[in-house]
Design a protein around this ligand. Structure first.
Ligand code: SF4
Length: 319
């Protein structure tokens, strides 16, 4: 075997070893899709949101510092021929920011000593993972490289958050984002169209607009509720406690939120769960974005939308 094919084979084996616990798929923040992923936790420490089955029954586990160091050494081998471009890092897992400050600082140290061009380290976080840390902790984490965190706020409505068993409130989401602002840690947010179903849509829109207009996310990742196989929400659907929204109504919900946002951010609704993918800056592109959405809604309502778009969505709806 030549040196090149030996290296290709080793890289393949290392990748399999590093991610072997993560199951068939694992979810990364859309804003960090191109970052180098560093496994530090498996699953989500909370894992009780009704709509979520992202972690495929993976029991939450923190990797030990030895395991993390071993992964980073393998990543260093994988990226050794392009170290200069190894700048963006993502801690993999449902909410790695749950880790202790001490552990996060040690992980940052390992990443930076192996990858000297590291510009930032991102990860998913729940609001309560942030609130458990002090302002000084957050400043220390920012100095160590933590930036561009991704918070799955999903909704600003306490009614919706409570129904979906998120165990986070409007105030907690807002306080966590303010703490990040004060520590100069940038953040993106996920919001989920249709999360309140038909009955809580107004509350979902009003709460989400109100929350986001008091925050400062550099990007919003807009997704639409899908029913994951095995998600607890399916039982609520069967018992009629939750009435699911048609995709076109979810699109209208997104339109309404977009039209009322007063912040400078990026609206990224290109996620494949959305009926219509669209992305742009607000306020600069808001008028164009709204016009495109209105055109699509008119096309759908006049029956002209290509059927595959609706089929694509309905397939997702039963994943
Ligand atoms: S939505 Fe996020 S916080 Fe809720 S269970 Fe899933 S990974 Fe955990």
């Amino acid at each position: 075997m030549s040196i090149t094919s030996e290296r290709v084979q080793r890289v393949k084996e290392f990748k399999q070893e590093i991610f072997r616990e993560y199951g068939y798929y694992y979810y990364v923040p859309m804003a960090e899709a191109y970052a180098i992923q560093v496994p530090v936790t498996v699953g989500c420490s909370y894992n009780k949101c009704l709509y979520c089955k992202l972690n495929q029954n993976n029991k939450f586990r923190e990797l030990s510092l030895d395991e993390i160091e071993n992964n980073i050494t393998k990543l260093r081998y994988i990226y050794e021929e392009r170290l200069d471009s190894a700048k963006r890092f993502l801690l993999a897992g449902g909410n790695p920011f749950v880790l202790s400050v001490d552990k996060l600082l040690k992980i940052a140290d390992m990443i930076r000593s192996n990858f000297p061009k590291c510009e930032y380290i991102s990860c998913f976080s729940r609001a309560d993972d942030i609130l458990r840390k002090s302002p000084d902790d957050l400043k220390a984490l920012h100095s160590a490289g933590f930036d561009r965190l991704c918070i799955g706020i999903e909704s600003g409505s306490d009614e919706v958050l409570s129904f979906q068993n998120k165990n986070i409130t409007f105030s907690q989401n807002l306080d966590s984002m303010r703490m990040l602002d004060e520590s100069n840690i940038k953040y993106s947010c996920y919001i989920m169209l249709g999360l309140g179903g038909l009955d809580m849509s107004e509350s979902h829109i009003n709460g989400t607009v109100s929350l986001l207009n008091q925050a400062n996310p550099f990007e919003l990742t807009v997704v639409t509720l899908v029913l994951f196989k095995g998600a607890a929400l399916i039982e609520r659907l069967k018992s009629h406690e939750f009435r699911r929204m048609h995709p076109i109504d979810a699109l209208k919900e997104g339109r309404e939120i977009l039209s009322r946002l007063e912040i400078n951010t990026i609206w990224d609704a290109t996620h494949k769960t959305n009926l219509f993918p669209i992305k742009g800056k607000i306020p600069e592109h808001r008028v164009k974005l709204l016009k495109r959405i209105d055109d699509v809604i008119a096309e759908i309502e006049s029956g002209d939308l290509k059927q595959y778009e609706l089929k694509r969505w309905s397939k997702w709806g039963t994943e």
